[in-house]
Write a new protein. Sequence first.
Lengths: 549, 136, 435
Amino acid sequence: MPQSTDVLVIGGGANGTGLARDLAMRGLKVTLCEKGDLARGATGGSSGMIHGGPRYLLSDVETTRHSCRDSGYIQKIAPHILFRIPFITPVGRNDEFGPLGVLLYDAYFDVYDRLAVAKNGIPHARLTAKEMLAIEPGLAGDFLGGVTLDEWGIDPGRLCVLNALDAARHGAEILTYTEVVGLTRRSDGQVTGARVRSAGQVEVREISARVVANCGGPWAERIANLAGGGVRLRPGKGVHLIYEKRLTNFAIILKAVDGRQMFVLPYQNETWVGTTDDDYYGDLDDLWATEDEIRYLRQAAERLLPALKDQRLIGTRTGVRNTIYRWGKTEDDLSRRHEVVDHGALGAPGLFSLAGGKLASYRMQAEDLSDTICKRLGVHEPCQTHLRVLPGGDALPDENELARAYGIEPLCARRIVHRHGSLAGAVLDVGREMPTGFAPVCSFEPTLECEVRYCIRNEFVAHLGDLMSRTRLAIGACQGHDCALRAAQIFAEERGLNVADERAELMTILSRRWRSARPVMTGRQLAQTELLMTQYTGLWQPPAWVPHA
Amino acid sequence: MSSLGRSLAAKWILAWALFKNILRVLVYGVRGPRDWLAAIRAESLGVTPAGTWTYLAATSRCIGCGICDVAGRPGERPSQWIVQIIRQPADSLLALDKARRLAELAPAIAHLCPQGMQAQYVSRLVEDHARMLRGE
Amino acid sequence: MVDVLVIGGGLAGVMAALSAQSQGAKVVLASRSYGATALSTGALDIAFNPALSPALQQARTLAEHVMDLIAHRPHHPYDRMGLTTSLTALRRGYEQLLQVLQPAGLAPPPLDLEGENLGLPASTGTVIPAGAALLPHLGIDFNRPLAGRWGVLEFLGETFHDANRLARGLAADAQTLSGSPAELIPVRVALGERMGPMGLAALFDSPEYIDRLASALRGKMDGLAGLLVPPVLGLNDSAGARRRLTELTGLPIVETLAHMPSVPGLRLQRALDAAVKAKGIERCGEIAAFRAAGTELAAVTTAGGRSMAAGAYVLASGRFVSGGVVWDERGCREALFDLPVVSALGAVEAESPLSVVRETPVESHPLLTAGVAVDAQLRPLREGRVAFANLFAAGMILGGFASRYALCADGVAMATGYQAGSAAVATLGGAPCLA
């Protein structure tokens, strides 16, 4: 752990890792502290899209323009982790605009098309009811027609890891599972650094920094309070439902019972239904999807796609938005703009906070804060984060060639290229080191052993559960039934762990999946859980077990 | 610009777009989805094939117990194919041989599977997607 | 005319069918597909109450563990039947199982309820307590100090039996249990392409493949007192495969308990199927509907439309994995007769799983103990009263216990299966119809 640094970045989500990359590229010495794993907060719970924010066209064209432009930048710097998601927006006969609905939507998206050029959007099309049903036969309802559009899906975990990798390549220090427990200050109020503690340890250490950047997302308010406040948030809880496979090939925008906009989203090999937006006053570190939220989402989605009733729910995603505080508005109406807060005006110079914002604009938000910090520190390098590619983004290798060269299935090669881009070869090279190198660890994704080992060696994996957001291991219906055991063995081998630690690491995957699956543990998923329990008998408390009721 | 100002500007832009849209439709007619569908098909994205929803639930029963591996020849892993080959439509083109084999093994799998997995529908999903992408 | 119709072809169902038939009834066995029995590890869990310190756990006999379960788990099937009936039914059920397992070469020694749980090595890298096990898994007990060095076999390229991790995990557990270190040495051989457990098991049915293994092992077994092998030595002829390997290597060969995919579970299920066939018990497919007549079950109908009337019925359709208990849009219930379910903590009337599933996986979850409530005769109850005078239940469908919270699933299956079969016969009015 470093003793001193130029900028201490607090938070390892999109903002934090994006900022660390930006500052490091401009030559500053950066240390990033994240109390959990990268992308564990708002970023990890996000809707997984860098959308252009079409709904802000109603109130603020600039927000949409910036989002679209920045989405375009993200495409250029990380083409490999993006995937296009086509959308349809059905317009009902009894919707708010009545018979004019389709016309109004068509005109609306004419405007959006022009802005979406920046992100390689395809000009939308107008649909009659019949054309819409031909696209998605499962729709139920009285429709006038609809419009199509498209957005870009992104893997938020990979995004943060790539940002962090690039930051590290430029000299940054990335410290996960390191929590900031206090800020150090001089007698005149200047913030001079932070006191940090590694997870599971008692010892608190000090890191001194010329500037401290608070990118704590929903926790930003709490961190700012360590120096007298200055950030006020209205945390908004958002829940998604996860279904077992890609059910529809199109994302569908729909309305919930209270008129809120929602979507059914095909996300890689799952289907997400989301999302809610409710003021959250609870524990940010202990989020569970509630029965109310699940029913609310199901009710809306099943109204539009009745066959969803019979489909298999495998989990939930729960996150909290770091929306800026404003009294008197509903959650959806709160602005998604971001703010850079200079705490110098509040008696704590040296501390800057980034509040609000959204995933799609992370790079721009980070640039904004980075410009401010660089000005403060007298650094005149311009921002290059929109020009230089993220690791792996420079070329997309051919999956068939890789499959032939390494003797793996093209399907597996495709997944590795998607996650690692031009570094796919380096990932697959690891597979040649051992006879099990190309064996699948997770059947669902599929994730090969070489990728698991590569990530453990290179991608800031501190605990086994971290692999979930890097490789999509244990993400699927099986909840880690198959893969968690093998992944734990690999991890223990790579890190030289003893048996007790290996078993504890196994729990980090199973606990994370449990949090997702428990609220929907009915139907097939209940049978899955019973099977999971059988598989792991004796592994969490062998051979003496804890007494219970 | 104030928040109200921004909002008014946005509405002005939309109103103008509405006017242009009406004009364009009157002159050129409605632009249907053909070009858009062709554009996404070029990226291996496409519609949901008709009839998918009638059998989709039957493809999601797998709990990963692995019993069905005994239905295949030594070395074949139908338990892995079942969860692996249905992803994006684009992947269907890479999975046709496995889909065919699953269809052959489906009766044996249904007999073995504790959850009553209907593997023939997994095959059908893959094949329907492949056909859709090929434009058939 | 059928005397007893058993619904469910796993361990409990077959025990009930054999028990009823041995007492003179004409039996039909209805089954849909394989279930939890075919996924079992190879262990035979009789009774193990974990709520004791390690030292006490080892010193207690199986009979004492049954007593503990009765004392501490008021809804447990052993408690429902009472101690005497439980122990008697266990003995008789076990004897029945031995007869099933003998032809397949899988039979363990006779049950000794005054013996203790064994500490058996599992392929997950931990030692698991078990009352008994199928024969290929017997021959080592980590509750006792290990005599000599044992090898742990790994097939290079296969991921399901990692010798290094196994050796270290088992050694750590052995130290805790027996108080002395265990010397376990990885032994690695290359056999060819990655096959997976089922594929390997099918290959090992042929003697040539065993020979290949034996010659690959040559020179790697010096100083070893025995060999722990992956549980894949043969599917249809595991006895022959193991015997051959033992002869060729001159070493005791013990298979670890399996995780999934499970070859031992398949072996057990196939042995049960073979016994049903050998006894001439008729089989039919999935039961889809039923017809009641007053307080009795009159007939059931298969999914194929065939109607069957029996004098008595035994429901042994399993829990969630096997589909006997479901949680669908109508809530948590038994799937066929719509019987209400109870857990170890009482009735399951939850609207949401959040109230019956705890926050971390390691806790014991009431939902996973959900099943039908029964009286002392193993008849399912509805609102405190017997649902049907001629319906009995056995096995995992019984509420109040879960196989993983008190390792007793096979004991419960054998005891309640045997008992339900007997009770079903006893319920028949007049002389049973002989086949």
